[in-house]
Ligand binder design. Structure first.
Ligand code: FES
Length: 87
């Protein structure tokens, strides 16, 4: 599946690059050109990274790779924004 339409980069290419040692979003961006044009693919690239067990934010947490390739999209947790109240 094409992840980055602008640069015609597939999830397979991204996974292969991760397997070859690219373990940061910046490296993927530099080497493959993902998210360097319109930028709409950034979240999808980060999702592929997370599915490959690479932390897209380099938070230091090891993310386990699911033993069976997930056939469905990973669960997306809703974001909660808290509004600061004036004192
Ligand atoms: S879809 Fe990746 S930069 Fe536009």
């Amino acid at each position: 599946m094409i992840v980055c339409v602008c640069k015609s980069v597939s999830d397979r290419t991204i996974r292969a690059s991760i397997k070859d040692g690219m373990d940061s979003f910046d490296e993927l961006q530099f080497e493959l050109g993902v998210a360097t044009c319109c930028g709409k693919c950034e979240e999808s690239v980060r999702d592929v990274m997370a599915q490959s067990g690479v932390c897209a934010s380099r938070c230091g947490v090891t993310h386990p790779v699911h033993p069976v390739a997930p056939a469905v999209a990973p669960q997306v947790l809703p974001l909660t924004f808290y509004e600061r109240k004036a004192a």
